[in-house]
Design a protein around this ligand. Structure first.
Ligand SMILES: [Zn+2]
Length: 113
């Protein structure tokens, strides 16, 4: 069992081989890694690189305040939104806006004479 100070997720296990051939476990602090886009892997702008800043800063400073801010880069977000609209919204609008169906579904008023 590791010492209590090393039972934290901010340390990572590193296996080192000693000169005598024995493998021992060392604990190293994790390095600050920049956040990357979930789709293409580019480094996200507007997200702090330091892990401590990501913990302590207010939420509005941790990521861009748009949809999928801090998850997707703007280029990927643009393509995702375009694809979703083309696949889901355009067929729905095409069926709704056909004029023959809308006229046929409305009931005709009965003329009294
Ligand atoms: Zn991306």
């Amino acid at each position: 069992m590791p010492r209590p100070v090393y039972r934290s997720r901010s340390y990572k296990k590193v296996y080192r081989r000693t000169p005598s051939g024995r493998t021992v476990v060392h604990y190293e602090r994790k390095k600050n890694t920049p956040m990357k886009c979930a789709r293409c892997g580019t480094i996200l702008a507007g997200v702090p690189i330091k892990e401590s800043e990501r913990r302590t800063l207010p939420k509005t400073l941790k990521r861009p305040e748009r949809i999928f801010g801090g998850v997707l880069c703007p280029r990927c977000l643009k393509t995702v939104i375009k694809r979703v609209i083309r696949e889901e919204l355009v067929p729905v609008l095409a069926t709704k806006s056909s004029p023959q169906q809308t006229v046929a579904t409305q009931p005709q008023p009965v003329a009294q004479s």
